[in-house]
Ligand binder design. Structure first.
Ligand code: ADP
Ligand code: MG
Length: 699
């Protein structure tokens, strides 16, 4: 008996429908109010919700519950408790209280805190986030929670996200009210993350220590065929891949994740999945869950799902496009140009707020996507450049030009103008979305932030976006708040004009992959942070600390702790890569080389035994090449070993991160260069692990 898709969809989610069915009316109402207006939940209400939740969960086969949270590791964390509670006579009952629902107290000492939490104060707590629905996975009731230290400092990725949504809600609503749109009582941000991934054979994966330990290949020459034929993008799905995607969709649907599109990507064995967008907080949770389910379902199909940003050198890496917009509780998408002049003006105000925000805080946007993995993509002509700019398209750029030059509103600037005398052009999606080289593109009714790496939590980029736009809106509000109604149109016009003048430098509609753009961006004074260690220090710059503290996203100590975690995480990542490379080269690749030389020597000497006059010219030539490669690799490995030891002794975190980036990565490239060249000289059976062709073309 199989379920229809509508029956299946959300069948494992404690969603609004279930709540309405299972909860007493007054409890439902109180909970709804908490969810919608972010207010405190009374303990008796929490108790009633807990009972209904537990009954529903047990009916669906759950035996445990967990507070599910997102610590600074970038992964999710969970600790499972069963519902059982012993009673007299050796019996148990299934129990779950409001207190257990609302708050948990996991030992926080093993999660990164960047020095926030002294060891004697290792306790942390998790707090239920009722705005993201609970769900059942693998027999456990999952309760989405925020994770804080005992003194209330955020130790996770959800807390700042909720704070940033609150800041944007507050500032956007104020601006809407001052513009006369008083029906609106709240504004939320929406996100639709498109997720790229690779599938490789589980058997092949297990033989590659680099994939197992680091998620990416550290050695490996390009196969005879790469992605140059462009035959994979949107190609027919192979049977096993189609079966995988089918099951993945079903598992996601059960969890209420609206998986919508799936297709093959540019690189061989690379694919993409995109859901329908949702409230940012829910979309972030869902994306974490999607990555998790992707990995689990892959195992069942004999695959491993790779979410690393750059699993294969010479082949496109994987990213994540963060589609973002703002919606009112009256159902209006604020980045939709709309049909009436009033809607047009509202759109222009919010559009300019985003442009202002991105120009002023491009450094933080770059920071929000920085990671060791993503450094292999950004600026490497397969992903957006490291320079953050905005693609608006010709039509909208022309609209801004005409506002700047006083021609858009069709009146002289000194004459009182009517709000939005002209109606904006309607944007056909295909005319707005052509430029794939832009990191931040307007795509008709939303912005698409394209610089995210595939493994990244989408929380960080949205914290920055929400906060920076909230700040721009709060500046706009300061300009508009005391303006008399009859002066409003003119003031809005001036505001837009000034914002365009000041921030248009961040708009760029051309090809972001060219050297001309790099030079032009420098002339315009735009940031160009090439690597993670380059950009991390912007986190603690005064301007950015001021932004985050003003809007109550982070305290100063939270910022410092996060900065430290990011530095440490970067250094650790490259450290593990360096050690893994040394292991593979010393224990697998070099022995394969010596074995090959030995084989050739054996042939040569057997030939001579057989007939002294036989030529060993080819054997000699091969041996010369192999021996040269052997020496070169040995020297490069020596240097990598020495530098890695040196790194282990360094103290200053920033200097260490820079050392890994400038020296260790360069050492690793050197080793890899020689090894990959020599790979062509080694018979396949001498190499103890699968090569690129095995991994990329046999799924
Ligand atoms: P593509 O970019 O592949 O052409 P779409 O533009 O249709 O596809 O959508 C890409 C993603 O953008 C989807 O996840 C979609 O749900 C999301 N999206 C659409 N509208 C919004 C919105 N208002 N806010 C956030 N995300 C959105
Ligand atoms: Mg897209």
């Amino acid at each position: 008996m199989s379920m229809t898709v509508p029956e299946m969809y959300g069948s494992l989610v404690f969603n609004d429908k279930v709540m309405r069915d299972k909860l007493p009316k007054d409890v439902y109402k109180a909970l709804r109010k908490t969810i919608n207006t972010n207010t405190h939940l009374e303990l008796d209400v929490a108790n009633a919700v807990a009972i209904a939740m537990k009954e529903w969960a047990v009916d669906h086969g759950a035996t445990h519950f967990t507070h599910w949270f997102q610590p600074m590791t970038g992964f999710t964390a969970e600790k499972h408790d069963s519902f059982i509670s012993p009673v007299d006579g050796g019996q148990i009952i299934m129990e779950f209280s409001g207190k257990e629902l609302v708050k948990g107290e996991p030992d926080a000492s093993s999660f990164p805190s960047g020095g926030l939490r002294a060891t004697f104060e290792a306790r942390g707590y998790t707090a239920w986030d009722p705005t993201s629905p609970a769900f059942i996975k693998d027999g456990t009731l999952y309760i989405p929670t925020a994770f804080c230290s005992y003194s209330g400092e955020a130790l996770d990725k959800k807390t700042p996200l909720l704070r940033s949504m609150e800041a944007l809600n507050r500032e956007a609503t104020k601006v809407l009210h001052v513009l006369g749109n008083t029906d609106v009582s709240s504004v939320t941000t929406t996100v639709g993350p498109e997720q790229e991934y690779f599938l490789v054979e589980k058997e092949a994966f297990k033989k590659r220590r680099d994939l197992v330990f680091t998620g990416r290949t550290l050695l490996g020459a390009m196969p005879p065929k790469g992605q140059e034929m462009e035959d994979h993008y949107f190609g027919t799905l192979k049977t096993r891949v189609a079966a995988y995607m089918h099951e993945l969709d079903e598992e996601l649907w059960k969890l209420g994740i609206p998986a919508k599109t799936k297709h093959n990507e540019v690189a061989p064995s690379q694919h993409e999945l995109a859901p329908v967008f949702d409230t940012t907080n829910v979309a972030v949770d869902h994306n974490q869950l999607t990555m998790d389910v992707m990995r689990k379902v892959a195992e069942k199909h004999g695959f491993v799902c790779l979410l690393h940003e750059k699993p294969f050198d010479g082949i496109n890496g994987s990213g994540k496009h963060n589609n973002w917009s703002m919606t009112t509780d009256t159902g209006v998408n604020l980045l939709d140009p709309g049909k009436t002049p009033a809607e047009n003006v509202q759109f222009l105000v919010f559009l300019m707020a985003v442009i202002t925000a991105v120009d002023k805080y491009a450094d933080l946007m770059r920071l929000s996507v920085a990671s060791a993995g993503n450094d292999h993509r950004l600026g490497a002509n397969e992903a957006p450049p490291a320079i953050i700019s905005i693609f608006l398209g010709d039509e909208l750029t022309a609209v801004l030009d005409s506002i700047e030059n006083d021609t858009f509103f069709g009146k002289q600037a000194n004459v009182q103008m009517e709000i939005g005398a002209s109606v904006l052009p309607h944007f056909a999606k295909d005319t707005t979305d052509r430029n794939r080289t832009s990191p931040f593109a307007f795509t008709g009714n939303k912005f698409e932030f394209r610089s995210l790496g595939s493994s990244l939590s989408v929380s960080g980029p949205n914290v920055v976006l929400n906060t920076a736009v909230a700040e721009a809106l709060s500046e706009f509000y300061e300009v508009l708040k005391d303006v008399a109604p009859e002066k409003m149109d003119e003031t809005v016009h001036e505001l837009l004009k000034n914002a365009i003048k000041e921030h248009k430098r961040v708009i760029f509609n051309g090809n972001g992959y060219t050297d001309e753009w790099v030079a032009e961006a420098e002339k315009r004074g735009l940031y160009n942070y090439k690597s993670t260690p380059d950009v991390l220090p912007v986190f603690i710059e005064d301007k950015n600390v001021a932004l985050f503290t003003k809007h109550h996203i982070f305290t100063e100590s939270e910022i410092k702790s996060r900065y430290e975690i990011l530095l440490e995480n970067y250094a650790k990542t490259i450290h593990v890569e360096a050690k893994t490379m040394l292991d593979m080269v010393n224990h697998q690749f070099m022995p394969a080389l010596t074995k090959t030389m030995d084989d050739i020597l054996t042939v040569a000497s057997k030939k001579k035994d057989f007939d002294l006059t036989l030529s060993v010219k080819t054997e000699k030539a091969l041996l010369v090449k192999l021996s040269a490669a052997y020496d070169a690799i040995y020297d490069a490995v020596e240097k990598l070993e020495k530098d890695t030891k040196h790194a282990e002794e360094m103290e200053d975190e920033l200097a260490l991160a820079k050392f890994y980036q400038e020296t260790i990565l360069a050492d690793m490239n050197e080793v890899r260069g020689y090894a990959d060249e020599a790979e062509g000289l080694i018979p396949k059976e001498n190499l103890p692990y699968p090569d690129y062709a095995d991994m990329l073309f046999y799924v």
